[in-house]
Ligand binder design. Structure first.
Ligand SMILES: Cc1ncc(COP(=O)(O)O)c(C=O)c1O
Length: 416
Protein backbone atom coordinates (compact mmCIF):
# COMPACT_ATOMS: atom_id res chain seq x y z
CA UNK A 1 0.00 0.00 0.00
CA UNK A 2 1.20 3.52 -0.77
CA UNK A 3 2.74 4.96 2.40
CA UNK A 4 0.60 8.11 2.13
CA UNK A 5 -2.65 6.16 2.43
CA UNK A 6 -3.71 5.50 6.01
CA UNK A 7 -6.04 2.77 7.28
CA UNK A 8 -9.17 3.94 9.14
CA UNK A 9 -7.52 2.78 12.40
CA UNK A 10 -4.47 4.96 11.68
CA UNK A 11 -6.67 7.94 10.80
CA UNK A 12 -8.47 7.56 14.14
CA UNK A 13 -5.11 7.38 15.93
CA UNK A 14 -3.91 10.55 14.21
CA UNK A 15 -7.10 12.39 15.04
CA UNK A 16 -6.75 11.49 18.66
CA UNK A 17 -3.15 12.77 18.72
CA UNK A 18 -4.44 16.12 17.42
CA UNK A 19 -7.43 16.14 19.74
CA UNK A 20 -5.32 15.24 22.76
CA UNK A 21 -2.79 17.92 22.02
CA UNK A 22 -5.33 20.69 21.41
CA UNK A 23 -7.52 19.65 24.33
CA UNK A 24 -4.59 19.74 26.77
CA UNK A 25 -3.43 23.12 25.46
CA UNK A 26 -6.94 24.57 25.77
CA UNK A 27 -7.30 23.18 29.29
CA UNK A 28 -4.00 24.75 30.31
CA UNK A 29 -5.20 28.13 29.00
CA UNK A 30 -8.48 27.77 30.89
CA UNK A 31 -6.62 26.97 34.12
CA UNK A 32 -4.30 29.96 33.80
CA UNK A 33 -7.12 32.39 32.81
CA UNK A 34 -5.46 32.99 29.44
CA UNK A 35 -8.16 31.33 27.32
CA UNK A 36 -9.56 33.84 24.81
CA UNK A 37 -13.06 34.11 23.43
CA UNK A 38 -14.35 36.32 20.64
CA UNK A 39 -16.98 38.92 21.31
CA UNK A 40 -19.87 39.02 18.82
CA UNK A 41 -20.50 42.58 17.60
CA UNK A 42 -23.55 43.18 15.45
CA UNK A 43 -23.05 46.79 14.41
CA UNK A 44 -20.30 48.71 12.59
CA UNK A 45 -17.29 49.94 14.55
CA UNK A 46 -18.25 53.25 16.14
CA UNK A 47 -18.40 54.95 19.56
CA UNK A 48 -21.72 53.18 20.21
CA UNK A 49 -22.02 49.51 19.34
CA UNK A 50 -24.40 46.61 19.74
CA UNK A 51 -22.93 43.47 21.26
CA UNK A 52 -24.36 40.00 21.85
CA UNK A 53 -23.87 39.31 25.54
CA UNK A 54 -25.23 36.16 27.25
CA UNK A 55 -27.66 35.70 24.37
CA UNK A 56 -28.96 39.28 24.58
CA UNK A 57 -28.31 42.29 22.42
CA UNK A 58 -26.75 45.13 24.43
CA UNK A 59 -25.86 48.74 23.59
CA UNK A 60 -22.36 49.62 24.72
CA UNK A 61 -20.21 52.72 24.84
CA UNK A 62 -17.08 51.49 23.07
CA UNK A 63 -13.86 52.29 24.96
CA UNK A 64 -11.92 49.59 23.19
CA UNK A 65 -11.48 50.50 19.56
CA UNK A 66 -8.42 51.20 17.43
CA UNK A 67 -10.63 53.26 15.14
CA UNK A 68 -9.47 56.31 17.07
CA UNK A 69 -10.94 58.94 14.77
CA UNK A 70 -14.18 56.98 14.35
CA UNK A 71 -14.01 56.98 10.55
CA UNK A 72 -15.29 53.44 9.89
CA UNK A 73 -18.99 54.31 9.81
CA UNK A 74 -19.03 57.74 8.15
CA UNK A 75 -21.65 57.70 5.33
CA UNK A 76 -19.56 59.55 2.72
CA UNK A 77 -16.54 57.30 3.32
CA UNK A 78 -18.67 54.14 3.14
CA UNK A 79 -20.29 55.41 -0.06
CA UNK A 80 -16.88 56.06 -1.62
CA UNK A 81 -15.76 52.52 -0.80
CA UNK A 82 -18.96 51.07 -2.25
CA UNK A 83 -18.43 53.03 -5.48
CA UNK A 84 -14.86 51.73 -5.63
CA UNK A 85 -16.14 48.15 -5.49
CA UNK A 86 -18.44 48.92 -8.42
CA UNK A 87 -15.55 50.43 -10.37
CA UNK A 88 -12.72 48.05 -9.44
CA UNK A 89 -14.47 44.79 -8.55
CA UNK A 90 -14.20 42.65 -5.44
CA UNK A 91 -10.60 41.45 -5.59
CA UNK A 92 -7.23 42.31 -7.13
CA UNK A 93 -6.69 38.92 -8.76
CA UNK A 94 -2.93 38.79 -8.41
CA UNK A 95 0.16 39.79 -6.48
CA UNK A 96 1.42 43.37 -6.83
CA UNK A 97 4.32 42.13 -8.96
CA UNK A 98 2.06 40.15 -11.34
CA UNK A 99 -1.39 41.55 -12.22
CA UNK A 100 -2.64 42.91 -8.89
CA UNK A 101 -1.13 46.39 -9.09
CA UNK A 102 -4.02 48.75 -9.88
CA UNK A 103 -4.33 52.55 -9.91
CA UNK A 104 -5.75 52.72 -6.31
CA UNK A 105 -2.67 50.93 -4.93
CA UNK A 106 -0.36 53.49 -6.53
CA UNK A 107 -2.49 56.43 -5.44
CA UNK A 108 -2.59 55.10 -1.88
CA UNK A 109 1.19 54.76 -1.72
CA UNK A 110 1.65 58.27 -3.06
CA UNK A 111 -0.79 59.62 -0.47
CA UNK A 112 0.92 57.81 2.43
CA UNK A 113 4.31 59.18 1.39
CA UNK A 114 2.88 62.70 1.20
CA UNK A 115 1.10 62.35 4.57
CA UNK A 116 4.22 61.03 6.27
CA UNK A 117 6.52 63.57 4.61
CA UNK A 118 8.64 60.83 3.04
CA UNK A 119 9.87 60.14 -0.53
CA UNK A 120 7.86 56.99 -1.10
CA UNK A 121 5.86 54.20 0.51
CA UNK A 122 4.92 50.56 0.01
CA UNK A 123 1.74 48.89 1.25
CA UNK A 124 1.21 45.38 2.60
CA UNK A 125 -1.95 43.37 3.32
CA UNK A 126 -1.77 44.21 7.05
CA UNK A 127 0.46 46.01 9.53
CA UNK A 128 1.52 42.60 10.81
CA UNK A 129 2.76 41.68 7.32
CA UNK A 130 4.54 45.03 7.00
CA UNK A 131 6.61 44.39 10.13
CA UNK A 132 7.34 40.75 9.42
CA UNK A 133 8.26 41.37 5.77
CA UNK A 134 10.29 44.51 6.35
CA UNK A 135 12.39 43.27 9.26
CA UNK A 136 13.12 39.93 7.62
CA UNK A 137 14.05 41.65 4.33
CA UNK A 138 16.32 44.27 5.89
CA UNK A 139 18.01 42.14 8.55
CA UNK A 140 19.87 38.90 8.14
CA UNK A 141 21.68 36.46 10.37
CA UNK A 142 24.83 38.62 10.56
CA UNK A 143 22.88 41.64 11.79
CA UNK A 144 22.09 42.77 15.31
CA UNK A 145 18.72 44.09 16.43
CA UNK A 146 18.05 46.03 19.62
CA UNK A 147 14.37 45.60 20.46
CA UNK A 148 12.26 47.24 23.19
CA UNK A 149 10.88 44.56 25.52
CA UNK A 150 7.31 45.76 24.96
CA UNK A 151 7.41 45.69 21.16
CA UNK A 152 4.41 44.32 19.30
CA UNK A 153 4.23 40.61 18.41
CA UNK A 154 4.63 41.38 14.69
CA UNK A 155 8.02 43.00 15.37
CA UNK A 156 9.06 40.02 17.48
CA UNK A 157 7.99 37.60 14.74
CA UNK A 158 9.83 39.64 12.10
CA UNK A 159 13.00 39.51 14.20
CA UNK A 160 12.67 35.74 14.64
CA UNK A 161 12.20 35.28 10.90
CA UNK A 162 15.25 37.44 10.12
CA UNK A 163 17.53 35.19 12.24
CA UNK A 164 19.40 38.32 13.35
CA UNK A 165 20.95 38.34 16.81
CA UNK A 166 18.53 40.16 19.09
CA UNK A 167 19.22 42.15 22.25
CA UNK A 168 16.06 43.07 24.16
CA UNK A 169 16.38 46.32 26.13
CA UNK A 170 14.20 47.27 29.09
CA UNK A 171 11.12 49.21 28.09
CA UNK A 172 12.04 52.75 26.98
CA UNK A 173 15.24 52.46 29.04
CA UNK A 174 17.80 54.25 26.87
CA UNK A 175 20.67 53.62 29.30
CA UNK A 176 19.99 49.89 28.97
CA UNK A 177 19.90 50.29 25.19
CA UNK A 178 23.28 52.07 25.19
CA UNK A 179 24.74 49.39 27.46
CA UNK A 180 23.59 46.64 25.08
CA UNK A 181 24.93 48.48 22.04
CA UNK A 182 28.31 48.79 23.77
CA UNK A 183 28.19 45.09 24.64
CA UNK A 184 27.38 44.18 21.04
CA UNK A 185 30.18 46.50 19.80
CA UNK A 186 32.68 44.70 22.01
CA UNK A 187 31.48 41.34 20.76
CA UNK A 188 31.77 42.43 17.11
CA UNK A 189 34.89 44.58 17.17
CA UNK A 190 34.60 47.55 14.85
CA UNK A 191 32.21 45.68 12.57
CA UNK A 192 28.86 46.94 13.94
CA UNK A 193 27.55 49.56 11.55
CA UNK A 194 29.73 48.32 8.73
CA UNK A 195 28.53 46.69 5.52
CA UNK A 196 28.94 43.19 6.92
CA UNK A 197 27.15 43.73 10.27
CA UNK A 198 24.34 46.22 10.43
CA UNK A 199 22.79 47.23 13.72
CA UNK A 200 19.12 48.16 14.10
CA UNK A 201 17.06 49.69 16.87
CA UNK A 202 13.43 48.62 16.44
CA UNK A 203 10.63 50.06 18.51
CA UNK A 204 6.91 50.70 18.67
CA UNK A 205 6.20 54.44 18.43
CA UNK A 206 3.19 54.19 20.76
CA UNK A 207 3.25 51.13 22.99
CA UNK A 208 -0.02 49.34 22.52
CA UNK A 209 -0.67 48.27 26.11
CA UNK A 210 0.73 51.32 27.94
CA UNK A 211 -0.01 54.20 25.58
CA UNK A 212 3.42 55.77 26.13
CA UNK A 213 5.78 56.96 23.37
CA UNK A 214 9.23 55.99 22.24
CA UNK A 215 11.65 58.91 22.64
CA UNK A 216 12.34 59.44 18.93
CA UNK A 217 14.84 62.35 19.25
CA UNK A 218 16.97 60.45 21.77
CA UNK A 219 16.76 57.21 19.82
CA UNK A 220 17.91 59.05 16.71
CA UNK A 221 20.88 60.45 18.63
CA UNK A 222 21.83 57.01 19.95
CA UNK A 223 21.43 55.45 16.52
CA UNK A 224 23.54 58.12 14.78
CA UNK A 225 26.25 58.08 17.46
CA UNK A 226 26.67 54.33 17.14
CA UNK A 227 26.25 53.81 13.41
CA UNK A 228 23.04 51.82 13.80
CA UNK A 229 19.75 52.30 11.97
CA UNK A 230 16.36 53.08 13.48
CA UNK A 231 12.98 51.59 12.63
CA UNK A 232 9.74 52.65 14.33
CA UNK A 233 6.24 51.22 14.10
CA UNK A 234 3.65 53.99 14.08
CA UNK A 235 0.61 51.68 14.14
CA UNK A 236 -0.99 53.54 17.06
CA UNK A 237 0.63 56.91 16.32
CA UNK A 238 -0.70 57.51 12.81
CA UNK A 239 -3.72 59.80 12.96
CA UNK A 240 -3.26 60.18 16.72
CA UNK A 241 0.10 61.68 17.68
CA UNK A 242 1.27 65.09 16.47
CA UNK A 243 -0.93 68.14 15.89
CA UNK A 244 -2.25 66.76 12.60
CA UNK A 245 -1.75 63.06 13.37
CA UNK A 246 1.41 62.61 11.34
CA UNK A 247 3.17 60.74 14.12
CA UNK A 248 6.24 61.01 16.31
CA UNK A 249 8.38 63.23 14.06
CA UNK A 250 5.59 65.82 14.05
CA UNK A 251 5.04 65.47 17.82
CA UNK A 252 8.72 65.92 18.70
CA UNK A 253 9.59 68.25 15.81
CA UNK A 254 12.50 66.02 14.80
CA UNK A 255 13.60 64.07 11.74
CA UNK A 256 12.11 60.72 10.75
CA UNK A 257 13.47 57.30 11.63
CA UNK A 258 15.29 55.47 8.82
CA UNK A 259 12.28 53.20 8.40
CA UNK A 260 8.72 54.05 9.44
CA UNK A 261 6.12 51.28 9.53
CA UNK A 262 2.41 51.90 10.03
CA UNK A 263 -1.04 50.49 9.56
CA UNK A 264 -4.20 51.62 7.81
CA UNK A 265 -6.35 49.48 10.13
CA UNK A 266 -6.46 51.74 13.17
CA UNK A 267 -7.08 55.52 12.93
CA UNK A 268 -7.43 55.24 9.14
CA UNK A 269 -10.23 52.71 9.77
CA UNK A 270 -9.52 50.50 6.77
CA UNK A 271 -6.99 47.72 6.19
CA UNK A 272 -3.36 47.32 5.17
CA UNK A 273 0.11 48.06 6.49
CA UNK A 274 2.79 50.35 5.07
CA UNK A 275 6.40 51.41 5.18
CA UNK A 276 7.38 54.99 4.36
CA UNK A 277 10.92 56.16 3.69
CA UNK A 278 13.50 56.88 1.03
CA UNK A 279 12.71 55.75 -2.55
CA UNK A 280 15.57 53.25 -2.64
CA UNK A 281 14.41 51.60 0.60
CA UNK A 282 10.93 51.19 -0.87
CA UNK A 283 12.32 49.81 -4.13
CA UNK A 284 14.39 47.33 -2.09
CA UNK A 285 11.32 46.19 -0.13
CA UNK A 286 9.31 45.73 -3.33
CA UNK A 287 11.99 43.30 -4.44
CA UNK A 288 12.81 41.60 -1.15
CA UNK A 289 9.91 41.65 1.33
CA UNK A 290 8.37 38.19 1.08
CA UNK A 291 5.06 39.24 2.67
CA UNK A 292 4.75 41.81 -0.15
CA UNK A 293 5.86 39.54 -3.00
CA UNK A 294 4.22 36.20 -2.25
CA UNK A 295 0.70 37.31 -1.56
CA UNK A 296 -2.28 38.71 -3.44
CA UNK A 297 -2.50 42.50 -3.54
CA UNK A 298 -5.14 44.03 -1.29
CA UNK A 299 -8.45 44.49 -3.02
CA UNK A 300 -8.30 47.71 -5.12
CA UNK A 301 -11.51 48.91 -3.44
CA UNK A 302 -9.79 48.58 -0.06
CA UNK A 303 -6.77 50.51 -1.36
CA UNK A 304 -9.12 53.18 -2.69
CA UNK A 305 -10.99 53.39 0.66
CA UNK A 306 -7.75 53.57 2.65
CA UNK A 307 -6.54 56.42 0.43
CA UNK A 308 -9.87 58.21 0.65
CA UNK A 309 -10.00 57.84 4.46
CA UNK A 310 -6.44 59.11 4.73
CA UNK A 311 -7.32 62.20 2.66
CA UNK A 312 -10.34 62.73 4.93
CA UNK A 313 -8.04 62.54 7.95
CA UNK A 314 -5.73 65.14 6.36
CA UNK A 315 -8.70 67.42 5.67
CA UNK A 316 -10.02 67.10 9.25
CA UNK A 317 -7.13 67.78 11.65
CA UNK A 318 -9.77 68.99 14.12
CA UNK A 319 -10.75 65.32 14.62
CA UNK A 320 -7.19 64.53 15.73
CA UNK A 321 -7.26 67.49 18.10
CA UNK A 322 -10.66 66.46 19.50
CA UNK A 323 -9.24 62.98 20.17
CA UNK A 324 -6.27 64.52 21.98
CA UNK A 325 -8.50 66.74 24.12
CA UNK A 326 -10.75 63.73 24.91
CA UNK A 327 -7.73 61.78 26.15
CA UNK A 328 -6.54 64.62 28.39
CA UNK A 329 -10.08 65.08 29.75
CA UNK A 330 -10.55 61.33 30.42
CA UNK A 331 -7.18 60.95 32.20
CA UNK A 332 -7.97 63.99 34.37
CA UNK A 333 -11.44 62.61 35.14
CA UNK A 334 -10.04 59.20 36.17
CA UNK A 335 -7.46 60.95 38.37
CA UNK A 336 -10.15 63.16 39.94
CA UNK A 337 -12.01 59.96 40.92
CA UNK A 338 -8.84 58.79 42.70
CA UNK A 339 -7.39 56.43 40.10
CA UNK A 340 -3.69 56.27 39.46
CA UNK A 341 -3.45 56.62 35.68
CA UNK A 342 -0.84 58.39 33.58
CA UNK A 343 -1.76 61.36 31.35
CA UNK A 344 -0.89 59.53 28.14
CA UNK A 345 0.27 61.21 24.90
CA UNK A 346 -1.70 58.73 22.75
CA UNK A 347 -5.28 57.39 22.69
CA UNK A 348 -4.53 54.35 24.89
CA UNK A 349 -5.20 54.75 28.61
CA UNK A 350 -4.01 51.84 30.78
CA UNK A 351 -5.82 51.40 34.09
CA UNK A 352 -3.62 48.85 35.84
CA UNK A 353 -5.36 46.71 38.46
CA UNK A 354 -2.72 43.96 38.84
CA UNK A 355 -4.65 40.78 39.40
CA UNK A 356 -5.76 38.81 36.29
CA UNK A 357 -9.09 37.67 37.67
CA UNK A 358 -9.93 41.08 39.11
CA UNK A 359 -9.37 42.70 35.72
CA UNK A 360 -11.69 40.14 34.12
CA UNK A 361 -14.38 40.71 36.73
CA UNK A 362 -14.15 44.50 36.32
CA UNK A 363 -14.47 44.29 32.55
CA UNK A 364 -17.49 42.00 32.96
CA UNK A 365 -19.16 44.35 35.50
CA UNK A 366 -18.54 47.41 33.31
CA UNK A 367 -19.99 45.63 30.30
CA UNK A 368 -23.14 44.99 32.33
CA UNK A 369 -23.36 48.74 32.96
CA UNK A 370 -22.99 49.53 29.24
CA UNK A 371 -19.24 50.21 28.94
CA UNK A 372 -17.12 47.99 26.77
CA UNK A 373 -13.55 48.11 28.03
CA UNK A 374 -11.40 45.01 27.74
CA UNK A 375 -9.29 43.36 30.41
CA UNK A 376 -5.74 42.75 29.20
CA UNK A 377 -3.91 39.91 30.90
CA UNK A 378 -0.77 37.82 30.76
CA UNK A 379 0.76 36.95 28.29
CA UNK A 380 -0.19 40.20 26.50
CA UNK A 381 1.13 42.13 29.53
CA UNK A 382 3.52 40.89 32.26
CA UNK A 383 2.02 38.72 35.05
CA UNK A 384 0.50 40.79 37.85
CA UNK A 385 0.00 43.89 35.69
CA UNK A 386 -3.43 43.02 34.30
CA UNK A 387 -5.34 46.10 33.32
CA UNK A 388 -8.37 47.68 31.82
CA UNK A 389 -7.17 49.15 28.55
CA UNK A 390 -9.29 52.08 27.49
CA UNK A 391 -8.88 53.45 24.00
CA UNK A 392 -10.62 56.65 23.09
CA UNK A 393 -12.29 58.01 19.99
CA UNK A 394 -12.62 61.54 18.64
CA UNK A 395 -16.40 61.13 18.66
CA UNK A 396 -16.82 60.39 22.38
CA UNK A 397 -18.51 63.27 24.15
CA UNK A 398 -17.00 64.74 27.31
CA UNK A 399 -20.20 63.82 29.19
CA UNK A 400 -19.87 60.16 28.11
CA UNK A 401 -16.25 60.10 29.18
CA UNK A 402 -17.02 61.65 32.56
CA UNK A 403 -19.77 59.10 33.24
CA UNK A 404 -17.50 56.26 32.09
CA UNK A 405 -14.65 57.46 34.34
CA UNK A 406 -17.00 57.55 37.33
CA UNK A 407 -18.36 54.05 36.60
CA UNK A 408 -14.83 52.67 36.21
CA UNK A 409 -13.69 54.24 39.50
CA UNK A 410 -16.79 52.91 41.32
CA UNK A 411 -16.33 49.41 39.87
CA UNK A 412 -12.68 49.35 40.96
CA UNK A 413 -13.65 50.63 44.41
CA UNK A 414 -16.26 47.89 44.78
CA UNK A 415 -13.91 44.98 43.97
CA UNK A 416 -11.02 46.24 46.13
C1 LIG B 1 2.23 48.19 17.34
C2 LIG B 1 1.47 47.38 16.33
N1 LIG B 1 2.07 47.08 15.16
C3 LIG B 1 1.42 46.38 14.22
C4 LIG B 1 0.14 45.93 14.42
C5 LIG B 1 -0.51 45.11 13.34
O1 LIG B 1 -1.31 45.91 12.53
P1 LIG B 1 -2.51 45.25 11.69
O2 LIG B 1 -3.66 45.10 12.63
O3 LIG B 1 -2.77 46.21 10.59
O4 LIG B 1 -2.03 43.93 11.22
C6 LIG B 1 -0.52 46.22 15.62
C7 LIG B 1 -1.90 45.82 15.92
O5 LIG B 1 -2.60 45.07 15.45
C8 LIG B 1 0.16 46.96 16.60
O6 LIG B 1 -0.43 47.25 17.77
Amino acid sequence: MCKFLYSSYEIKEKMSILENFTEKALQLMQNSHTYRKMRHMVSPESAHVKVVSEGLLKDQLLLASNSYLDLADIPELKQAMASAVLKWGTGSGGARLTTGNKTPHLELEEEIAKFKGEDASITFGTGYMANVGTISALCGKNDIIFSDELNHASIIDGIRLSRAKCYVYRHNDLEDLKRLIAEAMNGNGEKLGSDSVRGWIVTDAVFSMDGDLADLPELLKIARANGVLLMIDEAHATGVVGRTGRGLAEHFGCEHADVTVGTLSKAVACEGGFVAGKSQLIEFLRNKARSFIFTTAMSPAVAFAACNNLRYLEDHPERVQKLQSNVAFFCDALQSFGLNVPRVPSAIVPIVVGDEEKAMRLSFELEKSGILIPAIRYPTVPKGSARLRASLMASHSKKELEIAAEKIAKAIGSVE
